[in-house]
Design a protein around this ligand. Structure first.
Ligand SMILES: Nc1ncnc2c1ncn2[C@@H]1O[C@H](COP(=O)(O)OP(=O)(O)OP(=O)(O)O)[C@@H](O)[C@H]1O
Length: 593
């Protein structure tokens, strides 16, 4: 024998209230939705009929709310089948009227009334004839159904739903709350809603979409009033294939790229949620949208969107729309674009990395850090080839000299900067981009003049002996500032060797031997160089008649000073060197005193 599942209504209501809906307030949405669907099913004759909501505040009794429509209504068998069966919906099966675009489909919406009430009454008369019907459902899972006698209940087709507030939740049914909830959930509906309270009758909804045909300033004012935030720009959106219209607001402050914007989505003009995630591509984290669409499917909770191919297509369509708006802005309103680039540089860089067209458009405005201060790429390109340091450490090593030499060096140590710079020649023909490493910097420093070369070469030879134990080469060049006597440059290999050395000195017995083996496997690196500045008087003096001990002390101090200026931590051997050299310096000065 076959049996049917039995459903414990109390359990279902608990499930809805605890897990499906985030708030009991959704009952207003579900009731309005059912009324609108019933009116839609009735066809053109009901086009101008409103939904009527009435708040009945009864002294001494719990507040009562009624929602009334002149829609298709229900017959007695339909009430048995639809109202008394959880999950049964006339809209999904086309029973209520085929070819109508309904808001509901799951057959559970009415149950949400049990979130605020223990007692729901539905009085209906079907447009298809037959007697009127009264159905009374209780939150314990029981219901009563009664055929109405002639003259009882509604005289004309339609439905009225009565909801009595549950003790403790009276405020959810008070006029002020109901007004606010109707505005929130159903404020954009094309069909008017009449709200009757003890204060009188008020017409809500029934207007064109607030963003239709508005200029930017009005959209911005509306966005500020609705979302409580002043935006940088407002972009009208339209995807006819998805029945989507709306507006994208550009945030006036930069959000974290990992943060997700929460979008306000209306489905067929009824609010789905104002915290919908995943409607835009990830890169569009700098906009917040308000849209209305007819093509997307809600989750059963109606608080999120069902992830399907349509949603993926909408996401892509909105991404394309935003991109082409950005592209158009460059021509239309460069000043606005500049403001936008300033606030959202990181997002735009993330975009431009994968998009040649955007890179071509934005490159001129993209801001970068350089040795001469913050500049746009246009300013950098105007100075000749674009030279950049690939890491923040390289930049900090070279910035001092680059600044003094008026070399514009870009710090590409930030996310996306190097990738963008390397792609510049692809989109802007004629632009040269070159990475500069600290060791290359030595090459762009000027060689000493011919007359001084012999003296400089002799000094180099003597200094190399002093610094040989530190795997550091020596060169003599001329560079600015003249007050900087020496410069330590090191490529990646030399830097790695330094770090390894340093770690070995602090590593315990477990790691020590392993680090030793790694060090042994590294070829001896000569990438590190101490560049002495021929313009500095001390360096010149060292090239003269200087005794071996004095020269050693001076070169050691110059080496240590260059390391510290380049922010390289001193290794164990260098710390010993520091105390030794300082000690000798002090002794020497006391001796002379
Ligand atoms: N005001 C109304 N007039 C006519 N029929 C109604 C009305 N309210 C509810 N019904 C009928 O009761 C059924 C169940 O309603 P319910 O709100 O539970 O689900 P639904 O609207 O079909 O789907 P959803 O769960 O997505 O809202 C509806 O499909 C509809 O046939």
């Amino acid at each position: 024998m076959r049996h049917s599942f039995q459903v414990d209504l109390r359990g279902v209501v608990d499930l809805l209230s605890a897990h499906l809906y985030s708030s009991p307030d959704v009952y207003v949405r579900e009731l309005v939705q059912n009324a609108v669907d019933a009116l839609a099913a009735r066809g053109p004759e009901a086009d101008d009929r409103p939904v009527v909501i009435e708040c009945h505040e009864r002294p001494g009794g719990p507040p009562l709310l009624s929602v009334e429509d002149e829609g298709v209504g229900l017959t007695v068998p339909e009430v048995h089948e639809l109202l008394a069966t959880i999950g049964s919906s006339s809209k999904r099966d086309g029973l209520l009227g085929p070819d109508v675009d309904y808001l509901g489909r799951f057959g559970i919406g009415l149950l949400s009334c049990f979130l605020v009430s223990d007692d729901i009454r539905v009085v209906s008369r079907s447009v298809r004839g037959g007697p009127g019907v009264s159905w009374r459902g209780h939150s314990d899972g029981t219901y009563e159904l009664r055929e109405l006698a002639d003259g009882e209940g509604r005289a004309t087709p339609g439905t009225t739903v009565w909801v009595t507030a549950r003790p403790g939740l009276e405020d959810r049914l008070h006029a002020a709350t109901v007004r606010q909830l109707v505005r929130r959930y159903a404020g954009l509906l094309a069909r008017p809603i009449l709200l009757r309270t003890s204060a009188g009758e008020e017409r809500l909804a029934g207007r064109p979409l607030p963003w239709a045909g508005q200029d930017t300033e009005r959209l911005l004012a509306w966005g500020e009033a609705e979302l409580g935030e002043r935006f940088l720009d407002a972009v009208p959106l339209g995807l006819p294939a998805a029945g989507l219209t709306g507006v994208a607001f550009v945030l006036s402050t930069s959000p974290s790229p990992s943060s997700r914007q929460r979008h306000r989505v209306h489905l067929k003009r009824m609010l789905l949620s104002d915290a919908v995630d995943g409607l835009l591509p990830d890169w569009a984290f700098f906009v917040r949208v308000v849209v209305d669409t007819s093509a997307l499917q809600p989750l059963a909770s109606r608080e999120g969107l069902y992830e399907d191919a349509t949603l993926a297509a909408v996401r892509e369509g909105l991404g394309t729309a935003l991109r082409s708006w950005l592209a158009g802005l460059a021509d239309r309103d460069p000043q606005r674009l500049q403001r936008l680039v300033r606030v959202h540089a990181l997002a735009l860089k993330a975009l431009a990395v994968h998009d040649d067209e955007l890179l071509r458009l934005f490159a001129p405005w993209l801001p970068v850090d350089t040795s001469l201060g913050r500049m746009t790429l246009t300013e950098v390109m105007a100075r000749g080839p674009v030279r950049y340091a690939g890491t923040a450490e390289d930049f900090s090593q070279m910035a001092q000299v680059a600044t003094a030499e008026s070399i514009c060096l870009v710090n590409a140590g930030y996310t996306y900067d190097e990738e963008l710079l390397l792609r510049l020649p692809d989109v802007l023909p004629g632009v040269d981009v070159e990475r500069v490493d600290p060791e290359d910097l030595a090459a762009v420093l000027r060689p000493v003049i011919a007359a001084d070369q012999a003296g400089a070469a002799a000094l180099v030879a003597r200094c190399r002996t002093v610094l040989a134990p530190f795997s550091c080469d020596v060169e003599v060049r001329e560079f600015s500032p003249a007050s900087l006597p020496s410069l330590y440059t090191a490529g990646d290999g030399a830097r790695f060797a330094r770090e390894l050395d340093e770690t070995r000195q602090v590593a315990d017995s477990f790691w020590g031997p392993m680090l030793g083996r790694i060090a042994a496997a590294q070829p001896v690196s000569r990438e590190a160089t101490l560049v002495l500045n021929w313009r500095h008087p001390v360096v010149r003096r060292l090239a003269g008649q200087v005794g071996g001990d004095a020269l050693r002390t001076a070169v050691e101090v110059l080496y240590l000073q260059a390391l510290l200026l380049g922010r390289h931590p001193l290794r164990g051997r260098e710390t010993t060197l520091l105390s030794g050299a300082l000690g000798r310096l002090i002794e020497g000065s006391l001796h002379g005193a």
